[in-house]
Write a protein that binds this ligand. Structure first.
Ligand code: GDP
Ligand code: IMO
Ligand code: MG
Length: 423
């Protein structure tokens, strides 16, 4: 019996879903614990590619119960679109459970997200415009509407109407796109009816499963450096992707978590604004975008790219209490003449290994690189560590040296089985 958290160690899109899909085979529950449909989690099975925004990445196994935990903010139009799409492709979503305690996203949250981004001008965050931040604001303000409320349709309708009228005023005040209150009420009454069969007390469901001796996998969305507390604030999301967020967002306590797998890309990417010390704004950066296909799953935006940064990974190890790292997309580096790793920062001439605590300090750092010769051979599909080129093995060794924890998996392609798993 064990509870495992999978968490991003950079700025998202590290390949979390692929690792979750791989681990899910030996777990009976896969639960999302925070974020919402700002996530884009890609799973490749044979010649089929699935991009999930809300459905947990364990949905592809009949043996897995996918759970949307209490910490998630749920956009119902997206959830049902995703369910319909999966069903049309022969994937059953009948086992899905949605926490009665999770909060709902409404169209006004999206309108507020867009209006606030517009107002920020040059200082914009580059959000996904999915209404995630405003939905969490309502939760913390104790003005949110929760999933469990759909089980009482009359009260639900009344509350949605009240909130919609108030939100319409707020949206209009900040210059956002207003909406038709009664249309929203009608749509959400219908969504509520459809959601009812999925609603569950997932907190007790998870504890009961654990006490029966089942294995549970907790799926992080976003990543450590997008965490609202530990990320590069204000260029962050509005939830806690770090492993502590998994306890909050599922109701399993910190001592119930046995294993924390940090997912790190063999280089670094970021979509949206904010400092990025090892960023490559030259042709090498473009090459990473081309070979790594670094375009957002949700927004289609081009991702910013740069070298691997172990100062980040070391900090991620600390704040998540990582037990191990899965290093993904190693194969993307196959054709580079040299491969660099940022192993420290220089601030005013002083070498530091601790992650700076403000974006201002982070923006002032100069990366200190260690350079490896490129291996110039294909690692695509390799599953055995000893078969990796010496220089690729050296890259793995640097990550282990700098973080002090083992690299237990190395990704060598998008396919489900393109992974070195070290025992
Ligand atoms: P997530 O948000 O962390 O789940 O990651 P995304 O799905 O947004 O982005 C990761 C992308 O990299 C997806 O297109 C995956 O199919 C792909 N991917 C995952 N692991 C590997 C790998 O080891 N090699 C390559 N080439 N692609 C990978
Ligand atoms: P997955 O789970 C990468 C980024 C946005 C923006 C910031 C705030 O696929 O790794 P938000 O809409 O959350 O308020 O945007 O966070 N962001 C992500 N970047 N991967 C994600 O999810 C992201 N989810 C949000 O680009 O910079
Ligand atoms: Mg993603």
């Amino acid at each position: 019996m064990s509870v495992t958290v999978v968490v991003g160690t950079q700025w998202g899109d590290e390949g979390k879903a692929k690792v979750i899909d791989l681990l899910a085979a030996s777990h009976s529950i896969v639960a999302r614990y925070q974020g919402g449909h700002n996530a884009g989690h890609t799973v490749v099975i044979g010649d089929q590619k699935y991009a999930l925004q809300l459905t947990p990445s364990g949905v592809f196994y009949d043996s897995v119960t996918p759970v949307i935990g209490n910490g998630v903010v749920v956009d119902l139009p997206t959830l049902f679109k995703e369910i319909d799409s999966l069903e049309s492709r022969g994937i059953s979503t009948a086992r899905l459970k949605v926490s009665s305690l999770a909060h709902l996203i409404f169209p006004w949250h999206q309108a507020i997200d867009a209006a606030l981004e517009n107002a920020r001008g040059e200082a914009k965050i580059g959000t996904t415009l999915k209404g995630i931040g405003p939905a969490y604001v309502d939760k913390v303000k104790r003005a949110g509407i929760r999933v469990g409320e759909v089980l009482n349709p009359a009260e639900f309708e009344k509350k949605v109407r009240e909130r919609a009228i108030a939100a319409r005023r707020e949206v209009s005040d900040i210059g956002g796109d207003t909406f038709d209150v009664e249309q929203v009420v009608t749509d959400f009454v219908a969504y509520a009816k459809r959601l009812a069969p999925y609603v569950a007390d997932t907190v007790n469901l998870l504890h009961d499963a654990r006490e029966r001796g089942e294995n549970i996998l907790l799926e992080g969305a976003q990543a450590t450096f997008l965490d609202v507390d530990h990320g590069t604030y204000p260029f962050v999301t509005s939830s806690n992707p770090i492993s502590g967020g998994a306890a909050v967002g599922t109701g399993l306590g910190p001592r119930h978590i046995d294993r924390v797998v940090g997912i790190a890309k063999a280089y670094t990417t970021r979509v949206g604004m904010g400092p990025f010390p090892s960023e490559l704004t030259n042709d090498l950066g473009d090459k990473l975008v081309d070979i790594g296909r670094e375009f957002g799953t949700v927004t289609g935006r081009r991702r910013r790219t740069g070298w691997l940064d172990t100062v980040m990974l070391r900090h991620a190890m600390r704040v998540n209490s990582l037990t191990e790292i899965a290093l993904t997309k190693l194969d993307v580096l196959d054709t580079f003449d040299e491969v660099k790793v940022c192993v420290a920062y220089k601030i005013n001439g002083e070498v530091v290994r601790n992650y700076p605590d403000t974006v201002e300090r982070l923006a002032s750092v100069e990366p200190v690189y260690e350079t490896l010769p490129g291996w110039n051979s294909s690692t695509e599909g390799i599953t055995d560590f000893a078969s990796l080129p010496a220089s690729a093995q050296a890259l793995v060794a640097i990550v282990e040296r700098e973080t002090g924890i083992p690299v237990s998996m190395v990704g060598t392609g998008p396919a489900r089985d393109a992974m070195v798993v070290r025992s």
